[in-house]
Design a binder for this molecule. Structure first.
Ligand code: FDA
Length: 398
C-alpha cells in the first residue's frame, strides 16, 4: 500500500525533527522516516548527556563552509533566542556553561521529548526502523520512497540524514548518495571536532603523560582557539584541539601557545630576577603541569640544560625558551576519524542549494538540511543551532 504525505523527511535527528514540527505547524502532513530504532540519538549523547543545544554568541563566523555566506540567511531567521523560547515554553531548565554554551540542567532526553511533543502536536508521523531502499522522482514531480516499511510518496522530500560521524549511532553516507543521484556535487568529507593522533617519536614522547590537561592556544591555518588540551594515549584531545582539528589537515603546521595570555619572556625574566638560584626546570614546573614541564625540559630544552639555575641563562637563551613555550610545534599524524568525531566537514555543496529555503536549485521539491550540507560549526552548540536554523528554513518552505 502506498501512503501519501505533503512532506517526507529522511532522518529524525535534530534538523529533521525541527523541519518536521515547523512544517506540521503550517498544516503540512509530514512523515519522518528514520532507519535507527529511535529518534535523536546524537541529541541524547550530546554534551555529555546534557545537550549543548545552542550558543548565544552564534554568528556565521562560527561555521566552516566552502561558501561562508550560505549559512547567514537561515541563522538570521531562526536565532538561538527562538530555540531558547521553545526550551522555556517546555519548562526545561538550562544553564550557561561558558562562552555562551547553553546546556540542559538535567538531561538531553528533555530536548528530544520537547521535539517529539511538538511533532505530535503538529500531527507529524514518525516511522523508525525504516530504511530507504530507493528514491524515485516521478514524472508528476513527486517523490516515491521504497522502504522496508512500505512505499511513501510526497511532492517534497527533505534530506536530513546527517554526516558520517559515529556510525554506531546510525550515521550513514545515504544523504550524499542521494544528492549525487539528483545531480548535486558533494564536497570531500572528513572528520571534524575530533582528537588528533601522533605517531613515532612524537607519540612516544607524550603517551605516558596521558590524562595531563592544561590550557593552551592552538593555532593552525590562521585560526586560534584557547581552551584546555588533554594528552591521550594516542595523541591529544580537549576542546582547543577538537576546535583546531576542523582547520587542520595532515602536513599542516600546528602550533600551541603553552602559556596563553602570558608574555613568556616577561615571566621568565621576572622569575630570573626574583629567584636566580631556582633551576629552569623547577620554574617550568610551576608554569605548566609538572609532568609535562619535566618532559618539555628533557626533550625540547635539553640543549639548554634546564637543570641550571635561572641566573645562568642569557637573554637569547630565555628568548629561545619563551618562543618555544609560545609557539610549540605539535606534529600530528592524523585524527581519530569518524568513530569519535563530533561532526563531518564537507558534504552536499551549498552552491546547488537555496540559502533561504534549503531547496535544491536543480530538482524542485528536494531539500537538504543540517549536517549533510557543507556547513560545519565550531564546538559549543553551534552545530545544533545550524540544525535548528536550517530545519526551520526548510520547514517554512516545504
Ligand atoms: P543527525 O545525525 O542528528 O541526524 C541524522 C538522522 O538521520 C539520524 O537519526 C540517523 O539515524 C538518520 N539517518 C541516517 N541515514 C539514514 C537513512 N539512510 N535512512 C533513514 N534515516 C537515516 N552539537 C552541538 O551543537 N552541541 C553538542 O553538545 C554536540 N555534542 C555532540 C556529541 C557527539 C558525541 C556527537 C557525535 C555530536 C555532537 N554534536 C553536538 C553535533 C550534533 O550532534 C550534530 O551536528 C547534529 O546532530 C546534526 O544534526 P542532523 O539532524 O543534521 O544529523
Amino acid at each position: 500500500m502506498t501512503e501519501h504525505s505533503d512532506v517526507i523527511v529522511i532522518g529524525a535527528g535534530a534538523a529533521g525533527l525541527m523541519c518536521a514540527l515547523t512544517a506540521g505547524q503550517r498544516g503540512r502532513r509530514v512523515l519522518v522516516v528514520e532507519h535507527a530504532n529511535k529518534v535523536g540519538k546524537k541529541i541524547l549523547m550530546s554534551g555529555g548527556g546534557r545537550c549543548n543545544f545552542t550558543n548565544t554568541g552564534t554568528t556565521p563566523d562560527n561555521y566552516l563552509s566552502a561558501n561562508p555566506h550560505f549559512c547567514k540567511s537561515a541563522l538570521a531567521r531562526y536565532t538561538p533566542w527562538d530555540f531558547i523560547a521553545m526550551v522555556e515554553r517546555h519548562g526545561i531548565a538550562y544553564h550557561e556553561k561558558e562562552l555562551g554554551q547553553l546546556f540542559c540542567d538535567v538531561s538531553s532526553k528533555l530536548i528530544v521529548k520537547m521535539l517529539l511533543d511538538e511533532c505530535a502536536a503538529a500531527g507529524v508521523r514518525i516511522e523508525t526502523h525504516c530504511s530507504v531502499e530507493r528514491v524515485v522522482h516521478g514524472d508528476d514531480g513527486g517523490y516515491r520512497l521504497h522502504t522496508t516499511r512500505g512505499t511513501f510518496t510526497a511532492p517534497a522530500l527533505v534530506v536530513a540524514s546527517g554526516g558520517l560521524s559515529i556510525p554506531s549511532m546510525g550515521a550513514s553516507g545515504f544523504g550524499y548518495e542521494l544528492a549525487r543521484q539528483f545531480g548535486h556535487a558533494v564536497l570531500p568529507t572528513r572528520a571534524g571536532l575530533v582528537p588528533l593522533t601522533l605517531s613515532g617519536k612524537h607519540q612516544e614522547r607524550l603517551a605516558d603523560l596521558s590524562g595531563v590537561a592544561f590550557p593552551v592556544t592552538a593555532r593552525c591555518n590562521g585560526q586560534a582557539f584557547s581552551n584546555f588540551m588533554l594528552v591521550t594515549h594516542r595523541g591529544v584531545s580537549g576542546p582547543s584541539i577538537l576546535q583546531i582539528s576542523s582547520y587542520w589537515q595532515p602536513g599542516d603546521d600546528l602550533r600551541l601557545d603553552l602559556l596563553p595570555g602570558v608574555d613568556a619572556l616577561d615571566r621568565l625574566q621576572a622569575l630570573q630576577r626574583e629567584r636566580p638560584a631556582a633551576e629552569l626546570r623547577t620554574v617550568l614546573g610551576e608554569l605548566l603541569p609538572k609532568r609535562f614541564a619535566q618532559r618539555f625540559g628533557e626533550v625540547w630544552l635539553a640543549h639548554l640544560q634546564p637543570n641550571r639555575p635561572m641566573r645562568q641563562f642569557t637573554l637569547p637563551q630565555l628568548r629561545d625558551v619563551a618562543s618555544l613555550l609560545g609557539d610549540w610545534p605539535l606534529v600530528a599524524s592524523g585524527t581519530e576519524g569518524y568513530r569519535t568525531a563530533e561532526v563531518t566537514l564537507g558534504g552536499v555543496d551549498t552552491d546547488g542549494v537555496s540559502s533561504s529555503t534549503m531547496q535544491s536549485r536543480h530538482v524542485p521539491g528536494l531539500y537538504f538540511i543540517g549536517e549533510v550540507l557543507d556547513v560545519t560549526g565550531w564546538l559549543g552548540g553551534y552545530n545544533f543551532q545550524w540544525a535548528w536554523a536550517s530545519g526551520h528554513a526548510a520547514g517554512m518552505a516545504v
